[in-house]
Design a protein. Structure first.
Length: 253
């Protein structure tokens, strides 16, 4: 469902992403990890077509992101680290607008809107102006816009940032539900996070990049075999303790 082939991105003399390749199959939930500045967000932006690569290729649900960008974008729901919200709109009007620009048929928009509101626990605030919502609720609206058109692929950049422990559990449960449905309804999910407890709770596989290069691509079971902790493994692979300390601190909150 997601395939990256030697994705590379240069900004002048800076090599931000260096020939990263991987595949993610239908129904997989993959944690995309690495220290700050490793190239995670740049890779995700290339996968979603928001940033062109310097070299390499990517496809979403069989559609080349750069040769058939409209089809690829229809097949993906993207939650960036800062959700693309319009603070002056109500929750319902914003999601209705997103459904329209994502080509949800007019006859299905009301159903799609209600489903996204219910899944993200936004029904009670559907008439509220987005700018008046808490950070946690704004994050939920960001996730709702990513799933309103029911895409087969979800790319989520820190989906639980700003949420309280109860909300984090609900969003993790939603992500797991999206990936574990019936065969044709399964969503493929790749998510970036610094929270190791989140990886353990919902991811089946981990891809780690450091300094723009892929350094780990393995199942969670393989990585934690023989009692190894994710924190120590990632600290070693990233050349320091930043990721592990960040994940441990946030996971304990």
């Amino acid at each position: 469902m997601i395939e990256a082939k030697a994705l590379t991105k240069r900004y002048g003399d800076v090599l931000a992403v260096d020939a990263v390749s991987f595949k993610v199959e239908r129904g997989e939930v993959v944690g995309f990890l690495g220290p700050n500045g490793a190239g995670k967000t740049t890779t995700m932006r290339m996968l979603t077509g928001f940033v062109p690569p310097t070299d390499g290729s990517a496809s979403i649900a069989g559609f080349d992101v750069f040769e058939d960008p409209l089809s690829a974008r229809r097949a993906v729901g993207y939650l960036p680290e800062t959700p693309p919200l319009y603070p002056e709109m109500t929750v319902s009007s914003y999601l209705r607008y997103v459904a329209k620009i994502k080509d949800v048929p007019r006859a299905r928009r009301a159903e799609a809107l209600d489903r996204a509101l219910e899944r993200c626990a936004l029904t009670d605030v559907r008439s509220r102006v987005i700018g008046t919502l808490s950070k946690g609720f704004r994050q939920r609206v960001g996730l709702a816009q990513a799933i309103v058109h029911d895409p087969p692929v979800l790319i989520l950049d820190k989906p639980t940032v700003g949420l309280d422990p109860v909300q984090i559990g609900e969003i993790r449960g939603l992500i797991g539900e999206l990936a574990s449905g019936a065969a044709e309804a399964q969503h493929t999910v790749i998510l970036s996070t610094h929270i190791m407890a989140e990886v353990s709770a919902i991811c089946r596989r981990v891809i780690l990049i450091n300094e723009g290069r892929k350094t780990v691509d393995a199942t969670l079971e393989e990585l934690t075999r023989a009692g190894r902790s994710l924190e120590s493994l990632f600290a070693r692979e990233s050349g320091g303790g930043e990721l592990a300390q960040s994940g441990a601190a946030e996971g304990a909150r």
